[in-house]
Design a protein around this ligand. Structure first.
Ligand SMILES: CC(C)(COP(=O)(O)OP(=O)(O)OC[C@H]1O[C@@H](n2cnc3c(N)ncnc32)[C@H](O)[C@@H]1OP(=O)(O)O)[C@@H](O)C(=O)NCCC(=O)NCCS
Length: 182
């Protein structure tokens, strides 16, 4: 069973284990360099959860994808950075798109007007995903910056958030009885 859930500090270990299952190439794309398990352990221990809005994708109870929207340090409450990961065996099945849709919607409902994704300019998979959200893109010396304007919250964006919560609740209920992903 596939469940998308908001992430909280209690999910730190799930998130660390998820990051540790990324391939070396994926770690390179996510962190802009080769990183070892110790780095990932420290990184997840240092998350400032008060500045984050995060979602995870759990497949049969194991976190296989995650997205973090991190509010900018510069004092602008309406700007944030987005970081996303999906484990290799689960790529290409729409999990990244679902995560990004949910995270940008909830960010919009919390007053975030713009999210920026930083990536390497050969990260074609991320670019294909981000294109669905109509970003403006700048590329400079191998680094790409993709900015998505979210616009103000609307009744539809609030309704989407509520439907997402309802879906999580119903899926979690059925998961207790052993429902599995197809
Ligand atoms: C980027 C990432 C999150 C995408 O997750 P995902 O679950 O595969 O995303 P989706 O399946 O929703 O969409 C991927 C899109 O890329 C496309 N794609 C796949 N391989 C591709 C390639 N080699 N070149 C171009 N596009 C490609 C897919 O067709 C899909 O587009 P579509 O839905 O229009 O068909 C995942 O690949 C990942 O974790 N990469 C490593 C970490 C990373 O780069 N993070 C981003 C930096 S923060």
């Amino acid at each position: 069973m596939i469940i998308y859930k908001r992430l909280w500090p209690t999910h730190s270990t799930d998130y660390r284990d998820h990051l540790m299952r990324l391939t070396p190439d994926q770690r390179h794309y996510r962190f802009g360099g080769m990183v070892d398990d110790g780095f990932l352990d420290r990184k997840t221990g240092d998350i400032d959860w008060l500045r984050c809005l995060a979602f995870g994708c759990f497949v049969d109870g194991v976190m296989r994808g995650a997205v973090f929207i991190i509010r900018a340090h510069n004092g602008w409450l309406d700007e944030a950075e987005l970081a996303i990961t999906v484990e290799a065996p689960f790529e290409g099945s729409g999990i990244g798109t679902q995560l990004m849709r949910r995270a940008t919607n909830i960010a919009r409902n919390r007053g975030v007007a713009r999210v920026t994704l930083f990536c390497l300019s050969d990260n074609f998979r991320l670019m294909a995903l981000a294109r669905k959200f109509d970003p403006t893109m700048t590329i400079d010396h191998g680094d790409a910056e993709l900015t998505v304007d979210l616009g103000p919250a609307t009744q539809i964006s609030y309704a989407e958030e509520a439907l997402g919560l309802l879906e999580t609740g119903i899926s979690s209920f059925y998961e207790q009885f052993g429902a599995k992903a197809a």
